[in-house]
Design a protein around this ligand. Structure first.
Ligand code: SAM
Length: 242
């Protein structure tokens, strides 16, 4: 049985897909998708030997060795261009996810779908997608065991297609101006269709930022003052949108 988080990721993998799960740890996701027949082929990529061995063991124990292979290597280095059409990268920070994608850009030819689940720093992932011509298709948010997770999916932008307007600034309720930065930070779909989990997430982020400001305000350094001011501006944007 998968966690709710992995289950929600699994549901987004298309039937017949050739999947690379990067940072697969125990290979739970590709093993599950191979057992239930969703994927035709899977690669569980791991940079660390401990998780790589755990992945190999899981694949063997699940009896899916004919379909799924564990590979040791950094990010997308474990795949050849054209080898897979779906990539999942889950359970790590958004800046690490975006650096893995950036470092392995040439491996993305033939990839039709990215399913990304950053634990924090979702805006780094959205920024990378935007600047690398991937179109954000969906955003999901869920809460499990007191933690909140976002799942983002993206497809290559069609050549010649115009910008989809997702990140165009707009007026909310005729009075609040939502900026591109707000949309990158809080999610263009989630922000337009707020749900209780998303609101809880941003209320808790506000509380964390307020705490950081309290600490910074005790410091005499000009740099701390500047940082505090920057955070207060971000907080104001978040408060307005909520
Ligand atoms: N994807 C699984 C999940 O969502 O449950 C496991 C997440 S686990 C917290 C993150 C895994 O990413 C670790 O096993 C770590 O070794 C691996 N990892 C970190 N950086 C990586 C990289 N550059 N390339 C491949 N794997 C990486």
């Amino acid at each position: 049985r998968l966690s709710e988080r992995l289950q929600r990721i699994a549901e987004r993998v298309p039937s017949g897909g050739k999947l690379a799960d990067i940072g697969s740890d125990h290979a739970l996701l590709p093993a599950y998708l191979a057992i239930n027949g969703t994927i035709s082929r899977g690669i569980a990529g791991e940079v660390n030997t401990g998780p790589y061995e755990a992945a190999s063991k899981q694949i063997e124990q699940s009896g899916v060795g004919h379909k799924v292979q564990a590979r040791l290597g950094d990010g997308l280095a474990v795949i050849q261009p054209g080898e897979v059409n779906v990539i999942t990268i889950a359970g790590m920070g958004g800046s690490l996810i975006s650096s893995i994608l950036e470092a392995g850009k040439e491996k993305l030819s033939g990839v039709e779908l990215l399913i990304l689940q950053p634990n924090v720093g979702e805006e780094f992932v959205r920024e990378w997608l935007l600047r690398s011509n991937w179109s954000l298709q969906s955003e999901q948010i869920l809460e499990e065991d007191g933690k909140i997770y976002e799942i983002l999916t993206a497809q290559p932008k069609q050549l010649g297609a115009s910008g989809d307007g997702l990140y165009e600034p707009f007026m909310l309720n005729g009075e609040i101006s939502v900026t591109k930065q707000d949309l990158l930070r809080m999610g263009p779909y989630l922000l337009r269709n707020p749900n209780p989990v998303w609101i809880r997430k941003w209320e808790s982020e506000l509380a964390k930022l307020a705490q950081i400001c309290r600490q910074l305000s005790r410091s005499e350094h000009t740099a701390s003052r500047q940082k505090e001011q920057e955070i207060r501006e971000i907080m104001q944007h978040i408060e307005e949108v909520l």
